[in-house]
Structure formats: structure tokens, C-alpha cells
Design a protein around this ligand. Structure first.
Ligand code: 3HC
Ligand code: NAI
Length: 673
């Protein structure tokens, strides 16, 4: 059956698209819509047209998979012009999400009706693009400059109610009654006649564009697409429609040909691919997760619990002492209240989340939990003891997970009589904010346990990636060579601020030393505070534990602004002299070659050892777990852009052993992705 069909309702022709899963506007849909309108025009009995979609959503945009293929007619502009130029009024009936080309199609219609749950947006900027089918020119006319610039540059959608207040939606229909409301409205529109958005004057104050750009400069740092989106909206304020469209097209093509959009589209598809496990069928029967147990209410335990509470899943949280329990629970409340104070949560939502949290000091209270996550100290003996006890009390079939950062999940599983139910769930700090979840697959982890973990991750809005059991899994394992090399560079004459700057200029949220200061320079040092074997030990010995003590690799003021420290430089100089290193000027290029190239090399080893299923999973880990700039697509995508040959040569220059897979890619000019 055709993806687009038509239905006659008296004098109204309803054009219906049914292109699962999201009604992407591929060639067949574009052709169908154009033909549908032409059918209406050729029929004297038809006075108005409604365009609606079957399935879960209105058009969610252009079909992104077509972007890298040869164009198939009709083009977007052709279809849009046919709709807008119709002398019979065309009404878009919107449910679900009208996104990108989907909203642009709705904007080419003369009127729009939506249900209250609908979301309308132009998320192209998140793919490194701009709405290239007239969106940047029609939105400022229909919804005003302010909304247009915000929607285009951030990609954030608006609700139906907001859209109605902007003039973007003409009528909000009752939920479940969209089709009949739109048909009735279409009849009303016959007398009004078609209303072309391209013919409307631009609404609002163009001065807003400059203030918006200034206010968001930090957020948009490094990205090409936000500026291009803003430039197009700005063009709409001063150019006639046709010229504005030509400018939009030219800017769209520039972005489309650039590496940033390729990287961002790569991450869009990689994120979705990551949830698929090669050897676990998609229809695997899942275990029911209705109640979660959390062991440890420290830094991670609190944040992890919040994910479940926010998703409406009850959590029982266990600590060893009342004081630690009270502190942990207090912090969860404080975090929620801070979110509410910013207006991002309602007070009753805070209470609803807190009401399904049960604090306890008795492990027996975890007996009815379906998933139990351990986040106690990073110590194998402690973890084994916890899992041994858990084995005795957890109900049969409960999933037992460890949040360990580095430890051997198989060894932890062996402390129980049910290793098939054990896996790692490695959340990232702050666990209520960071999107990444590494799902660590033990040698004996059952397929349904893995499949359930991936489904739970989606429910709590995490991006999950499967990792094998190895030191540091995917992310921390690749972080290690970077940290080691950064310390060596200090000995050879680079400064923390120079190395950090290279990383920030590359697009990372912070460099290796700023990251150490945030996480705590003292991690691992307290076990033996008498030992002073390297710069880190020496910093800890003088109380430079990082931001929490107001000083680490940097000095911090009350607002946590960092400044370079003479004391730190003296410590670095002292160790450098003792190590016999010859100090020299270090170039930024060398910092890239020695801190980022080794990560690619480690990534290649991870792939060879099958600790990651695919190169794109590694990219997802780095984008969502460590803030690798999404416009560089993750380390393996970036390596493909750089070229394996160049990376290999750079590593060889600095004496690194080359991973066989990297050598193979270099020899064959192959790609990781
Ligand atoms: N093109 C092609 N495939 C798409 C797609 C699109 N625009 N949007 C989603 N898909 C695919 C996904 O890859 C996924 O495939 P899979 O099942 O094989 O993994 C499937 O549809 C379902 O998607 P999700 O898992 O993301 O489903 P959700 O229900 O979680 O989310 C959504 C639905 C909110 C619509 C989300 O998919 C989304 O944000 N899509 C992208 C929207 C977008 O960016 N639109 C703009 C496109 S660019 C454009 O329109 C250019 C124009 O201006 C010229
Ligand atoms: P933390 O020290 O803040 O919290 C650990 C908590 O566990 C403490 O409150 C302690 O009282 C409690 N605890 C210890 N033994 C217990 C037991 N037997 N029963 C109940 N509670 C017990 O530590 P943090 O940072 O939360 O780390 C926890 C785990 O998460 C570690 O394995 C760590 O490697 C891992 N992790 C930490 C990250 C971080 O950035 N802090 C990031 C990702 C993982």
C-alpha cells in the first residue's frame, strides 16, 4: 500500500501519511503529498484539504538517511510550493512531534490544528543543520523573530499551547479528536481562503537577535550551525522572501557539506544503534523492573537513585550509618529543590519523587527489589562482601548491578551463586545529569539481563552502551593514556593551563587538569598519604586536593574561577628536574598528538578485544560521558576525519606502540566507522 493515501469527507480531502516509525518525509511521502494536493485541485467538489499522519507522530522531519544519497524528486521546495500555492485552503493536523521538515511542511499549509500533547520544533541545529525548506524564513513571519531565533538556534520544541500563543497553531483540538476537528476547521477556512505564510510580514523586534546571540555565545562555542541559523533568521528581517529562501539554501548546503553536520548525524544514528546488542534478539523477554534497591548513598548512590525516582520507579536506599543515610537523602531533596527553584520542576513533583524513596539501614529491606545497584567504596573486598550478602537476601531473578569504575565485574559476580544475574551499570558523575550509562557485560551475564538493562536505561533517559569487562571499560580505559601523557608533558615543559587550553579549544568542556581538580586530585591518595612519588602526591600533601579545598592544579576564588599557581609550577619544576627531563617549548600540535591520538589507539585495542561492539559505541561514550564535542563526532569518527595514517605517524613519532587495528586501517586507508 502507498505510504500516502487520500480520503474524501464531503468537500474536504484528507491526505494521510503512514510511514512508520516517525513519518519521515522521504521521497515517497513527498511525492504522495504533492499528488494529494494535485488531486484536490483537480476535483471541483473539493473545497479544502487536511494533511495528517497515522501512527505515533506527525512528520518528524526530512528522512535523514536520504542526505547521503542522490536526490529523488519531488524535492522539498517543490512539494512545499505545491502546498502553499494551493488556491484551496490546506490545514495541517498535528499530533506527536512536528519536527524540522515536518514543521516546515505544516508552515507551508495555510492553517494549523494541533492536539495539546503535540510538540513543534526545528531540531536541525542538533544535526549541525538549519531548517532548509523555508523554516528560517516562514517562522519569523508566523511565530515572530524572538521565537524563530530561539527555536532555530537551540532546536528546542514548543508545546501546542505555546505554539497557539505565538500564532504558530490556529486551533488546539481535544486529544483524540484531531481528525474531525481539523475537517470541521477546514470547512470554516473555505470562506477565509488560503493564507500564505511566505506573504506575511516578519513580526517582532530584530534587535532581539543580537542580544540572544550574546547571551548564548558560550553555549554555541565551537558549533557552526547555531550562527548559520541565526544569520538566516536575521536575513528574513531584511530580505524579501525569495531572497531569504536563496540565502537559507546556500547556508544549508554549506552546513550539509561540512564535517560538523556529518559528525552530528553520525552521533544521532550511533546513539540509536548503541541500544542494539548484536547477539541478543530484539524480542528478548524482559524482566519486570518495578522497584529498585540502591546500596550506598554517597556521591553516586544519590544521583543514580534520582534517575529512577524521576521516572516514577520506587527506590529503597541502603547505608551503613544513619548519619550517612540522612546526608544522602538530604542531598537528593536539595538537588530536587534546586531544580524546582529554577522552575524546571513543580514542588508537587519534588514531593512525588521523595515519597517513593525509602531509606533503610537494613539490607533485608532490599528483598523485594527487582534491580539492586551497588555504589559503595571502590574496593574489591568490600564489593565482594556486599554481593555475597546480597545473594542471600535478593529475590530469585533480581538483577544485581555494580557501579564500579574499574573493578572486574566477573570477580564480583563470582561472589554470588547467580553470576547470570550480575552486570555492571556504570553511571557517570553527576549521575542524575550525565546521559551515559556503560552496561558492563560479564562473562556469564544472561541475555535477558542485558536486554532489560538497556530497556531500563531508556526508561530513565540514559544513552546506554555495552562494554566488556576490562580495566576502566570503554571510557575510563581511554582516559588513562591521556592522563599519563598529560603528566609527562608537564615534566617536559608544558604547563597545566597550556594543555587544558588545547583541550578546551578542541571543544572539550575542560582539560585534563581542570577535570582532575573537579573530580578530586586526592582520589586514591588517602590510602597512603606518606607516599610522595609524583606531582599529584605532592599536591595532595600540601592540601591541593582540587576545587573542594579551593586549590589543586589551579588556585580557585569563591566563584571557582581558576588561576595558575606558582606553588604548583614549583612542584612541577622540582619533579621535572629530578626526573632528568630536558624542558623545552611544547607546541599545541604535539599536545594533540600525545593526548588525543593515544585515545584513538586505545579505542582500536578496545575494538580488537571486542570490549566495544562497534566504533560508533566508543564515540557515543565519549560524547555523552566526557563531553567530547559532538561536532567532532567522538574519537573514532574524528580519527576517520584525521585519517588513520596521520594518527599512526603521529603516534610513531612519539614512540607509541601501534594497535594492530589502527595499523591495518592506516595500511588500507580504511575507516573505523
Ligand atoms: N529520518 C530518518 N529516520 C529517522 C528520523 C528521520 N528524520 N527520525 C527518526 N528516525 C528513525 C530513528 O533512527 C529510529 O530508527 P531505528 O528504530 O532503526 O533505530 C526510529 O526512527 C525511531 O526513532 P527514535 O528511536 O528516536 O524514536 P523516539 O520516539 O524516541 O523519538 C523523534 C522520535 C522525537 C521523532 C526522534 O526520532 C527525533 O528527534 N528524530 C529526528 C528529528 C529531526 O531531527 N528532524 C529534522 C530532520 S532534518 C530536516 O528535516 C531537514 C529539513 O529542514 C530540510
Ligand atoms: P562515596 O564514598 O561518595 O559513597 C560510597 C557510599 O557507600 C558511602 O556513603 C558509604 O557509607 C557507603 N557504603 C560503603 N559500604 C557500604 C555498605 N556495605 N552498605 C551500604 N553502604 C555502604 O563513593 P562514590 O563516589 O559514590 O563511588 C561509589 C562507587 O561508584 C565506586 O565504586 C566508584 O568507583 C563508582 N563511581 C564513582 C564515580 C565518581 O565520579 N565518584 C563515577 C562512576 C563510578
Amino acid at each position: 500500500m502507498s505510504v500516502v493515501t487520500t480520503e474524501r469527507h464531503g468537500d474536504v480531502l484528507v491526505i494521510i501519511s503512514n510511514n512508520p516509525p516517525v513519518n519521515a518525509l522521504g521521497a515517497a511521502v513527498r511525492g504522495g503529498l504533492k499528488a494529494g494536493v494535485e488531486e484536490a485541485l483537480a476535483d471541483d467538489g473539493i473545497k479544502a484539504v487536511v494533511i495528517r499522519c497515522d501512527g505515533r507522530t506527525f512528520f518528524a522531519g526530512a528522512d535523514i538517511t536520504e542526505f547521503t544519497k542522490a536526490p529523488v524528486p519531488p524535492s522539498f521546495p517543490e512539494m512545499i510550493e505545491t502546498i502553499e500555492n494551493s488556491p484551496k485552503p490546506v490545514i495541517a493536523a498535528i499530533h506527536g512531534t512536528a519536527l524540522g521538515g515536518g514543521l516546515e511542511t505544516a508552515l507551508s499549509c495555510h492553517y494549523r490544528v494541533a492536539v495539546p500533547s503535540a510538540q513543534l520544533g526545528v531540531p536541525e541545529v542538533k544535526l549541525g543543520l538549519l531548517p532548509g525548506a523555508g523554516g528560517t524564513q516562514r517562522l519569523p513571519r508566523v511565530a515572530g523573530i524572538e521565537a524563530a531565533v530561539e527555536m532555530c538556534a537551540t532546536g528546542n520544541p514548543v508545546s501546542a499551547a505555546k505554539a497557539e500563543s505565538l500564532g504558530l497553531v490556529d486551533l488546539v483540538a481535544e486529544e483524540g479528536k484531531l481528525a474531525e476537528t481539523a475537517i470541521a476547521f477546514a470547512r470554516e477556512c473555505v470562506a477565509r481562503g488560503p493564507r500564505k505564510s511566505s506573504a506575511m510580514p516578519v513580526k517582532g523586534d530584530p534587535a532581539y537577535i543580537e542580544s540572544f546571540t550574546k547571551a548564548n555565545a558560550r553555549k554555541f562555542r565551537g558549533f557552526d550551525a547555531p550562527a548559520a541559523n541565526i544569520a538566516c533568521v536575521e536575513a528574513a528581517t531584511r530580505l524579501p522572501f525569495e531572497e531569504g529562501i536563496a540565502f537559507e539554501r546556500q547556508e544549508f548546503m554549506k552546513l550539509m557539506m561540512g564535517s560538523q553536520s556529518a559528525a552530528q548525524r553520525h552521533i544521532f544514528f550511533s546513539e540509536r544503534k548503541a541500544s542494539k546488542i548484536d547477539d541478543v534478539p530484539e524480542d528478548t523477554k524482559l524482566r519486570d523492573i518495578r522497584k529498585v534497591g540502591m546500596i550506598g548513598a554517597g556521591t553516586m548512590g544519590g544521583g543514580i537513585s534520582m534517575n529512577f525516582l524521576s521516572a516514577g520507579i520506587p527506590v529503597t536506599i541502603l547505608e551503613m550509618k544513619q548519619e550517612a543515610l540522612d546526608r544522602g537523602v538530604g542531598l537528593i531533596r536539595k538537588n530536587y529543590e534546586a531544580t524546582a527553584a529554577k522552575g524546571r520542576m513543580k514542588p508537587e513533583q519534588v514531593e512525588a519523587a521523595m515519597s517513593i524513596l525509602t531509606p533503610t539501614l537494613d539490607m533485608a529491606d532490599l528483598a523485594d527489589c527487582d534491580l539492586i545497584i551497588e555504589a559503595v567504596f571502590e574496593n574489591m573486598d568490600v564489593k565482594k562482601e556486599v554481593f555475597g550478602k546480597l545473594d542471600a537476601i535478593a529475590k530469585p531473578g533480581a538483577i544485581l548491578a555494580s557501579n564500579t569504575s574499574y573493578l572486574d565485574v566477573n570477580e564480583i559476580a563470582a561472589a554470588t551463586s547467580r553470576p547470570q544475574d550480575v552486570l555492571g551499570l556504570h553511571f557517570f558523575s553527576p549521575a542524575n545529569v550525565m546521559k551515559l550509562l556503560e552496561v558492563v557485560r560479564g562473562a556469564k551475564t544472561a541475555p535477558d539481563v542485558l536486554a532489560t538493562a538497556m530497556a531500563v536505561a531508556k526508561k530513565i533517559r540514559k544513552v546506554a552502551v555495552v562494554a566488556g569487562v576490562c580495566d576502566g571499560f570503554i571510557g575510563n580505559r581511554m582516559l588513562k593514556p591521556r592522563q599519563i601523557e598529560a603528566m609527562k608533558l608537564l615534566m617536559e615543559g608544558a604547563t597545566p593551563q597550556q594543555i587544558d587550553k588545547v583541550h578546551v579549544d578542541f571543544g572539550m568542556p575542560m582539560g585534563p587538569f581542570q577535570m582532575s581538580d573537579l573530580a578530586g586530585v586526592d582520589i586514591g591518595w588517602h590510602r597512603d598519604p606518606t607516599r610522595i612519588e609524583n606531582v599529584r602526591d605532592a599536591l595532595c600533601a600540601v592540601g591541593r586536593w582540587g576545587q573542594k579545598t579551593g586549590k589543586g592544579f589551579y588556585d580557585y576564588d569563591e566563584k571557582r574561577n581558576p588561576t595558575p599557581s606558582a606553588e604548583v609550577q614549583a612542584i612541577i619544576d622540582d619533579f621535572s628536574a629530578r626526573s632528568g627531563a630536558v624542558k623545552r617549548e611544547i607546541g599545541d600540535e604535539e599536545i594533540i598528538e600525545r593526548t588525543l591520538y593515544p585515545m584513538v589507539n586505545e579505542g582500536a585495542l578496545i575494538l580488537e578485544e571486542k570490549m566495544a561492539q562497534r566504533a560508533s559505541d566508543i564515540d557515543v561514550v565519549w560524547v555523552y560521558g566526557y563531553g567530547w564535542p559532538v561536532y567532532r563526532g567522538g574519537p573514532m569518527f574524528w580519527a576517520d576525519l584525521e585519517g588513520a595514517n596521520k594518527i599512526k605517524a603521529g603516534l610513531e613519532k612519539h614512540g607509541f606502540a601501534i594497535a594492530p587495528l589502527l595499523a591495518e586501517k592506516a595500511a588500507s586507508k580504511g575507516r573505523f566507522n
